[in-house]
Write a protein that binds this ligand. Structure first.
Ligand code: 6R9
Length: 657
């Protein structure tokens, strides 16, 4: 079974519950009978959810699971995803409704109505088509949170091209690996981005990434920082185009073509247990159905009334599913914010909530803990009374943070939805329903209506109340991944081989039932760390470290961190002739990892050690290193090939070597 960290242990002793108020329950989108309805006939239930969308051709079969684990949902159906997120709202008379209240970091703002969104997306679609982009092509997007990022994604969807969004903080090396893996034809980026009040280059990094990249024909550059950016924007005349020059002159008319329900919508890379990120593939009809369904029910979203804000970045799945697709399909009015939460001051989020009267706010535990650190007196200064639903995603939320969130942001009354899901699941899977569930701080509680999840032991048998094991999904769901880009074997191996006999999807998370049968997520059981809600594999960081000339060997663990959930702690053995492991050398290694992967992967701490603890078969025992990283008594060392290694490590560290 999974090793529990102390922080998670105390989470299981939480016993308070918070039922919704009668008032909230009465007006809620989701009522308790949704569970029974879904249980009675799952496929009929999902067919009904798919009716939220506008289909060009209706499907003939709800689910084809004959070629498991490759699912097909709404087989034979045809739709255009961008039409569903944009045009149909204009056609139904809501063209003047604001789709996006965009807030730039320096304070500039832009309100974009659905009519304007339709124009922008149509022009961008025409622009891509003019460059020869057609259905099935891959467009890589590395952009900060500017409206063009959303226009670009929807423009791809509109013409049937796949987008592959690469988080803006990823290094040139990481971008290049993703561009090559998917053979991207176009890259969309910006000149620079505002970060904590400063303009930092983007295009220069993209150029570095694309040196010699053979598949890339054009690079489209959104002008964002302009003359605020120091130095020239590097430019290749034959390849580079300014977004405004390319897009502005395009026709505002674009007829969306209907694509098959299973037409690929996007690829999004995520860390797995090996060093190479996996391109998770999502398709159209099922993905949009489940993101729209969950956005409606989990956030209790009311079109035309609510103002919604999901603080994720579009570089992650949360941004795809809960900024772009689900919300826009549901005719949301939402805030999109470009910057960091403490620029120019630590009340920025609350100021934005007050200004736009945000009613639904969806963020990550790491940020909630940061807000806690900054102090409750900051949100106190703002009017947050419009908030009526709060959400959390990305990692287990500790009860303390949950309670703080409810008391200080939610006026002690808003329901909190702790939503468990993954890049691979595409949409929320386990979560309370805000008008139904008596919420328990720290638990994601129950699979949503239409979804089936179980906690099982090593043999795949469901554990009883109070029991712990692995989280599995035992029935296919509409927004499930359809594969790993270009690697069928890896798809089967990673997700479907662990419980192949039972045909369960293995999520990679440890979980536990409490005595009421509610699910508590306990963190990853594989070598994937969760830092501020971002998945980073230990192997990825290890290979970045050993690619540095001074490093002979490296082992990386995720150690419990009060703010970021986990922090990256690396143990390195330096080469014989290498530097002494002093401050400067360590700093260089940290920077090296940032350069190889991105600043989010920078180890919190690097310890130089003489040896690493290994089993007789040569496997690094990360459990023991985690003990050291978390300042605990080192656990059982009997399976080590050389049991004195841990003494060597501990004494070396104590003497500061
Ligand atoms: C949406 C997203 C997925 C991993 C997942 C799990 C962790 C996400 C959680 C949670 C406990 C929650 N995770 N939400 N753990 N409670 N509410 O975060 O996708 O970036 O792919 O990460 O995040 O470990 O397996 P992704």
């Amino acid at each position: 079974m999974t090793e529990q960290s102390p922080a998670l242990d105390n989470l299981l002793t939480e016993s308070r519950t918070f039922p919704p108020s009668d008032e909230f329950a009465a007006q809620a989108n989701a009522k308790a009978d949704l569970y029974a309805e879904a249980d009675a006939d799952r496929e009929a239930f999902w067919a009904k959810q798919a009716e939220r969308l506008t289909w060009d051709t209706k499907w003939t079969t709800v689910l084809d699971w004959t070629n498991a684990p490759f699912a097909k949902w709404f087989v034979g159906g045809k739709l255009n995803v961008a039409y569903n997120c944009v045009d149909r709202h204009v056609e139904s008379g809501h063209g003047d409704q604001v789709a996006i209240h965009w807030v730039g970091e320096p304070g500039d703002t832009r309100d974009i109505t659905y009519a304007e969104l339709k124009t922008e997306v149509s022009k961008a679609a025409n622009a891509l088509a003019s460059l020869g982009v057609t259905a099935g092509d891959v467009v890589a997007i590395q952009l900060q949170m500017v409206p063009e990022a959303i226009f670009a994604m929807l423009a791809c969807a509109r013409i049937g091209a796949l987008h592959s969004v690469v988080f803006g903080g990823f290094s040139p090396t990481a971008l290049r690996a993703r561009v090559d893996d998917a053979a991207a034809k176009i890259v969309i980026t910006s000149d620079g981005q505002f970060r904590r009040g400063k303009a930092a280059p983007m295009k220069a990094n993209v150029d570095e990434a694309l040196e010699g990249a053979e598949t890339v024909e054009k690079v489209i550059v959104v002008k964002r920082t302009g003359d605020k950016l120091e130095g020239e924007v590097p430019w290749t005349d034959s390849r580079d185009l300014w977004w405004h020059e390319l897009v502005d002159g395009q026709s505002e008319e674009h007829t969306p073509e209907a694509f098959d329900s299973e037409h690929p919508l996007f690829i999004l890379y995520t860390s797995g247990t090996t060093g190479k990120p996996k391109g998770i593939l999502h398709t159209s009809g099922g993905f949009l159905t489940q993101t729209a369904y969950t956005h409606h029910n989990v956030f209790d979203h009311k079109a035309g009334e609510d103002v919604y804000w999901c603080t994720a970045d579009i570089g992650w799945i949360t941004g795809h599913s809960y900024i772009v697709y689900g919300p826009l399909a549901n005719r949301v009015t939402q805030v999109v914010y470009e910057g960091t939460p403490n620029t120019p001051h630590e009340g920025r989020h609350w100021e934005i909530i007050q200004k736009y009267k945000v009613s639904i706010y969806y963020t990550a535990p790491t940020l909630i803990r940061t807000f806690m650190k900054w102090g409750a007196e900051i949100p106190e200064k703002y009017d947050l009374s419009t908030l009526r639903v709060l959400g959390s995603v990305g990692e287990p939320i500790n009860p303390e943070a949950w309670i703080w969130y409810r008391e200080n942001i939610g006026a002690n009354k808003t329901p909190i939805v702790d939503t468990w899901w993954q890049t691979e699941t595409g949409a929320i899977m386990i979560s309370p329903l805000p008008g139904v569930t008596a919420a328990k701080p720290g638990s994601a509680q129950k699979a949503l209506p239409g979804i089936s999840a179980k906690v099982v032991d090593d043999q795949g048998n469901e554990v009883g109340p109070g029991g712990g094991g692995y989280l599995v999904l035992d029935k296919p769901w509409p927004s499930m991944l359809r594969g790993v880009w270009g690697d069928e074997e890896r798809f089967k191996e990673t997700y479907w081989s662990r419980f192949s006999e039972q045909g369960f999807y293995f999520a990679g998370d440890g979980a536990k039932y409490d005595n009421d049968g509610d699910v508590w997520l306990l963190g990853r059981v594989d070598d994937v760390m969760n830092v501020s809600g971002h998945r980073i594999s230990t192997t990825e960081v290890e290979s970045a470290l050993v690619s540095h000339p001074t490093v002979a060997e490296a082992a990386v663990v995720g150690a419990t961190d009060p703010t970021t959930g986990q922090g990256i702690v690396a143990f390195v053995i330096l080469r014989g002739n290498a530097a002494d492991g002093g401050e400067a050398a360590i700093q260089e290694l940290r920077n090296h990892v940032a350069k190889e992967i991105g600043p989010i992967a920078k180890p919190r701490q690097i310890m130089v050690v003489p040896e690493l603890p290994k089993t007789r078969s040569g496997k690094i025992m990360r459990r023991l290193l985690r003990d050291v990283a978390e300042n605990r008594q080192v656990g059982d060392v009997t399976t080590l090939a050389d049991s004195s290694v841990m003494d060597l490590i501990s004494s070396g560290l104590k003497s500061g070597k």
